[in-house]
Ligand binder design. Structure first.
Ligand SMILES: *[C@@H]1O[C@H](CO)[C@@H](O)[C@H](O)[C@H]1NC(C)=O
Ligand SMILES: *[C@@H]1O[C@H](CO)[C@@H](O)[C@H](O)[C@H]1NC(C)=O
Ligand SMILES: *[C@@H]1O[C@H](CO)[C@@H](O)[C@H](O)[C@H]1NC(C)=O
Ligand SMILES: *[C@@H]1O[C@H](CO)[C@@H](O)[C@H](O)[C@H]1NC(C)=O
Ligand SMILES: *[C@@H]1O[C@H](CO)[C@@H](O)[C@H](O)[C@H]1NC(C)=O
Length: 450
């Protein structure tokens, strides 16, 4: 009898424990649902609709907390890429009985994946296919950690992107997702008109890529001359208030644009250039921005349209001007990196004025104003064509460096051509590093690229 009683107590104990466990699981599920994809996507869709209403309705949001409660741990879950990367999405009926274990395993896998994956976004419209592909190629050639590209493109370009990038899948160092151009529905026409078609898409990236913690946005006319890893590592140098990093628009105020012509506020002495923009989007989504429209601070999703409405008639360079206005009011949030991370013709056409590039070479080249495609700045064009012409299988020293060096000799009649060595300096080093890395890999795996 006593034995039965003992058994009964044991059973009750077990039952109680499993009840606790399932309650716990239930709570976790609820929590995940609340913060999961479904909820977030719906929230994303509705937040655009509610933005203007909330602002019109007396702008009553008080000054918000800097960091939302819940802490970074909870937020880590949002880093996972399960929604955006179809390869990590297993149908729920596949795992069956083992769902619990598999989910745990998958979660870990995603966590490690997403912690060293570098996210890079670009917006391609019109005739920008070749340029964008060359940018992507330059990112892939030198980078070390895996890359995830988020390509926002007009519908007619999707097929071409897919064809070319699928041809590079054998490299196994990158993944890509192609998205259509999307705007908040109510003001789509207004946003599309702003600046070049589609350029303002980039302002919405923190709202569209809700699952992504950090992102490097680049214009299509960017060329990486060193690993993306190196600019990515600047994220770790942000202090607690910084949310994004950009380079100054000018080094030399005498030829600066904003300080001479702008009819709106701008960041710092000469403004900032948004062609290379590194973002901690987790922080951008959480921050409440000071502004000159209401006394209340506004979140990213709430501030864009009022800003556009207020400054519509005064802005010249579209979304870059809006970013300048935003960081004028919130200067503590910007990390300014030196000009060699966003090197433009302005840095050499009237004489060299980017001191850091003179010392260490150019890290990221930005051929704005179409200089890759005309004859105004032959140095920029030569670097572009050299990268466009090379393929992953080529030996970079013979197929890229040597022909480029010869081309650059022909440009010394221009101001930029006189300092053509700074265009080669980092590129040469990157190719050498790459060669050492891949020969190590060859020793290990019997295969190498570049
Ligand atoms: C971005 O900021 C969040 C919140 O401060 C932080 O948890 C995360 O680690 C940051 N991301 C990177 C890549 O530094
Ligand atoms: C736009 O520019 C005009 C002329 O410089 C100036 O008077 C006006 O205050 C500007 N508007 C805003 C919103 O800054
Ligand atoms: C972070 O750096 C920016 C720019 O240097 C500065 O304005 C800001 O005060 C710094 N924030 C903290 C918390 O130190
Ligand atoms: C790239 O290829 C084009 C033709 O396909 C050629 O005219 C040009 O000289 C090449 N440029 C470089 C730098 O190799
Ligand atoms: C690769 O292996 C060879 C010998 O098999 C060795 O001489 C060479 O130094 C190794 N290269 C690297 C980069 O480790």
């Amino acid at each position: 009898m006593r034995r039965y009683l003992r058994m009964l107590v044991l059973c009750l104990g077990c039952g109680f424990c499993s009840l606790l466990y399932s309650l716990n699981q239930f709570a976790v599920n609820l929590e995940e649902e609340a913060s999961g994809d479904g909820g977030k996507l719906k929230a994303a869709a509705t937040s655009w609709l509610t933005v203007s209403k909330r602002i019109a309705g007396k702008g009553a949001r008080s000054v918000g907390p800097k960091e939302s409660p819940g802490g970074p741990d909870r937020y880590n879950k949002d880093v996972s890429l399960s929604y955006w990367n179809p390869y990590w999405m297993l149908p729920s009926d596949v795992c069956g009985m083992n769902c619990f274990w598999e989910a745990t395993f998958r979660y870990r896998l995603m966590k490690t994946q997403s912690s060293d994956t570098m996210h890079l976004a670009v917006v391609a419209c019109g005739e920008r296919l070749e340029e964008t592909i060359t940018m992507i190629k330059s990112a892939i050639i030198f980078s070390i950690q895996p890359l995830q590209f988020h390509i926002f493109a007009e519908d007619q370009l999707h097929h071409s992107f897919k064809n070319i990038l699928d041809g590079w899948k054998f490299l196994q160092t990158f993944n890509y997702i192609i998205y259509p151009i999307t705007f908040p529905t109510e003001n789509a026409a207004e946003w599309k008109k702003l600046f070049k078609p589609c350029a303002s898409q980039r302002l919405f990236l923190p709202l569209i890529l809700k699952e992504v913690d950090s992102l490097l946005y680049v214009d299509t006319d960017i060329l990486f001359l060193r690993p993306v890893d190196d600019i990515w590592s600047l994220l770790k140098k942000f202090n607690s208030t910084q949310i994004a990093a950009m380079a100054p628009e000018h080094e030399e105020p005498r030829i600066g644009w904003y300080n001479r012509f702008a009819r709106h506020p701008y960041y710092g002495k000469t403004g900032i250039n948004s062609g290379v923009m590194l973002m901690n989007m987790t922080r951008m989504r959480r921050k409440y921005f000071k502004n000159d429209m209401t006394t209340a601070r506004l979140q990213w999703g709430e501030i864009l349209m009022p800003l556009l409405k207020k400054y519509k008639l005064n802005i010249t360079w579209g979304d870059q001007d809006l970013l300048n206005i935003m960081f004028f009011h919130n200067p503590e949030s910007l990390f300014v990196f030196p000009c060699q991370w966003n090197y433009r013709p302005d840095h050499c056409i009237y004489g060299s004025n980017c001191r850091e590039a003179e010392e260490e070479g150019i890290f990221i080249l930005h051929g704005n104003r179409g200089v890759y495609h005309d004859d105004k700045q032959p140095v920029f064009r030569a670097v572009y064509e050299a990268l466009r012409n090379c393929s992953f299988e080529d030996d970079k020293v013979h197929s890229l460096l040597h022909p480029l060096e010869l081309e650059l000799q022909k440009t010394v009649h221009t101001y930029c051509g006189r300092i053509h060595k700074i265009f080669m300096k980092q590129l040469t080093k990157s190719i050498r590093d790459n060669y050492v890395r891949s020969s190590k890999e060859r020793n290990n795996s019997g295969e190498a690229f570049c």
